[in-house]
Design a protein around this ligand. Structure first.
Ligand SMILES: Cc1ncc(C[n+]2csc(CCOP(=O)(O)OP(=O)(O)O)c2C)c(N)n1
Ligand code: SF4
Ligand SMILES: [Mg+2]
Length: 237
């Protein structure tokens, strides 16, 4: 996929995340044994260079689609790739229900604290006081709720196999994220059940920042609220 053009803005985190997922699939020998359930959003731009079977799911419904795929073809790796708006704001019911049932699927959620594709509207992960096109004065959590910590809900409350949060801001963080991605995929290969990795990812275009400043924002503002690391694992790796 390296020599194929992608449609992401300069400095977007989606490309790094997709590359890591593709590398892990190759290293695990699964690149020809996978179907992606892709959410609606900038995530759906990933198709450009990726030679992988995929279905573009209705907005927010990828976890439900993945459930059906996995139950019909349990030997195939089933992976969803979704944004925070898709997986949480719009698809929270499907996301919660799949995690609650401990479906043997792997979910990757790109958390860039907004609806990137449609011009930067507020999502469930928009930070307190963050300005977006639908919260022009800054997010008021008293009237819109607090930013959701979906992986924490899954890790604390559900019988899931593997839960982690990573980011793409530094080479060290990219390396850690790659190990989380691989662990999540291995959990599915072992039949352990539901695995999820949330990825804190820059959206310089809608944040109105340079790519470097957007990375810094994640390090300084997002990680203190959304800690990175492994939240739950059934097996030591
Ligand atoms: C049913 C439906 N409602 C709304 C939209 C418009 N829409 C397209 S992408 C998107 C938000 C995507 O945000 P997110 O999942 O966070 O992905 P990102 O673009 O930030 O990576 C919305 C609301 C749609 N395509 N379909
Ligand atoms: S709008 Fe944001 S999430 Fe979408 S491609 Fe551009 S930087 Fe990435
Ligand atoms: Mg988003």
């Amino acid at each position: 996929m390296i020599d194929k053009p992608m449609s992401f803005c300069p400095g977007c985190g989606h490309g790094i995340a997709i590359r890591l997922i593709a590398e892990c699939l190759e290293e695990l020998g699964q690149e020809s044994n996978i179907i992606l359930g892709i959410g609606v959003g900038c995530s759906s731009l990933l198709g450009g260079g990726l030679q992988i079977d995929r279905l573009h799911c209705l907005h927010g419904r990828a976890a439900a689609v993945a459930t059906g795929m996995k139950r019909v073809s349990p030997e195939v790796m089933i992976v969803t790739y979704q944004g925070d708006g898709d997986a949480y704001s719009i698809g929270i019911s499907e996301s919660l229900n799949a995690a609650y049932r401990n479906e043997n699927i792997t979910v990757f959620t790109i958390n860039n604290t907004n609806y990137g594709m449609t011009g930067g509207q507020m999502s469930w992960t928009t930070m307190p006081n963050q300005k977006t096109t639908t919260s022009p004065l800054g997010r008021d959590c008293l009237t819109t709720g607090n930013p959701i910590k979906f992986p924490e809900i899954v890790a604390d409350q559900f019988n899931a196999a593997y839960v982690a949060r990573g980011t793409v801001t530094t080479p060290a963080n990219v390396n850690k994220l790659k190990s989380y991605v691989k662990n999540a995929l291995e959990a599915q290969m072992n039949g352990e059940g539901y695995s999820i990795v949330e990825i804190l990812s820059p959206c310089p275009t809608n944040w109105g920042m340079s790519p470097l400043d957007a990375m810094e924002r994640i390090n300084k503002e997002l990680i203190p609220y959304y800690p990175i690391g492994e939240l739950k694992k059934r097996r030591e790796r």
